[in-house]
Design a binder for this molecule. Structure first.
Ligand SMILES: [Zn+2]
Length: 340
């Protein structure tokens, strides 16, 4: 029924039974970020409202309901997250989902469905509901109008009030296996196997993260440059490294997350160099750069690679503590082992 989804067979069995035998009024999807919870919630909603389900129970993909759901314009399927009512120009979403979001669901849920048999509300990031928002949600869960299904999606169910959790059917989502993510990237997204192998290892069990990495950050069009930039920096002279530090510090004013991302790529490169130094090739993440890693490892000691990793970690912590970014980055460039 959910043939396009990678991993999560237990949770999917539960949802397939719900489609066949009738769904509960409330579900709680919990598990790590980017493992596919939100996509599965949306697909579940689409399947429930499909007017022409296939014999295996899956959504047909072609009926009016399916087409509207795919375009995000289905009148009976609504997705709510931290961007509810927020100013789109802000670079970070607000901290909380406001009570107004739950109130808008309450108003909408009192109306009959316009098309399908069910009105489905997906609240993504339910662990970010404000206190009053969670209270209002509880009222809705206590007396849900009959054709209403609420799907709460969160990372840690323990942060939600027990009264809310107890009214939901739980579906737990764990990390997806590396080989499952590899197959998903190759078969579904046409990514070359070498690159898929690297992305799957980087993704830490999260297919969504692997996909985001394959295209840069979500929404970015350029191919991934993170590891290429880290390799370039490692091969650069001190003068060029200091120039990079200046540039990264300038970008930092507009986009702090980008700085952290760059340092994490650099850290990942040095982690792989360290493993290459120790001869632990099976632990290397950037498997498509094994030759370059071996060459770099031949030029330095294990202690050098370890110190490089420590220096990057310390710099990350300093930048998060709002230490002068440019100074911290310049110091880092001087602490990293010189180019071979
Ligand atoms: Zn359909």
């Amino acid at each position: 029924m959910f043939a396009d989804i990678v991993g999560h067979s237990r949770a999917l069995d539960l949802l397939a039974r719900a489609v066949t035998h009738g769904p509960a009024h409330a579900y709680l999807f919990s598990g790590p970020a980017s493992v596919g919870k939100r996509s599965i919630a949306e697909l579940f909603a689409r399947t429930l409202d499909c007017s022409d389900r296939r014999a295996d129970g899956s959504a047909c993909g072609g009926c009016r309901s399916c087409r509207l759901a795919a375009s995000g314009g289905h009148p009976d399927i609504r997705l709510i997250d931290r961007s509810f009512g927020a100013d789109e120009r802000r670079s970070r979403p607000p901290k909380e989902i406001p009570i107004e979001a739950v109130r808008s669901i309450q108003r909408d849920a009192s109306l009959s469905p316009s098309m399908g048999p069910w009105k489905v509300y997906v609240i993504d990031g339910a662990d970010h509901l404000s206190g009053p928002g969670a209270d209002a949600l509880l009222k809705l869960l206590e007396e849900p109008p009959s054709p209403v299904i609420i799907i709460l999606v969160c990372v840690d169910a323990g942060t939600l009030p027990a009264t809310v959790v107890s009214r939901c059917q739980m579906a737990r989502f764990g990390p997806v296996r590396v080989d499952d993510i590899e197959r998903f990237l190759v078969a579904r997204h046409g990514i070359a196997f070498d690159q898929a192998a690297t992305l799957a290892r980087l993704a830490d069990g999260a297919p969504g993260m692997a996909l985001a990495l394959s295209t840069g950050r979500p929404g970015a069009k350029a191919p991934p440059s993170g590891i290429a930039e880290a390799v370039e920096l490692d091969a650069a002279s001190l003068v060029d490294r200091l120039r990079s530090a200046e540039k990264i510090a300038a970008d930092h004013i507009r986009d702090r997350a980008r700085t952290e991302e760059r340092l994490r790529w650099l850290s990942l490169w040095w982690r792989d160099v360290l493993f290459a130094c120790c001869g632990c090739r099976e632990l290397i993440v950037n498997v498509d750069r094994a030759t370059a890693l071996d060459a770099r490892a031949a030029t330095i000691s294990i202690a050098d690679a370890r110190d490089a990793l420590r220096a990057i970690d310390e710099t990350l912590a300093q930048i998060n503590d709002n230490v002068q970014t440019r100074l911290a980055l310049e110091l880092l460039m001087m602490r990293l082992p010189p180019a071979a």
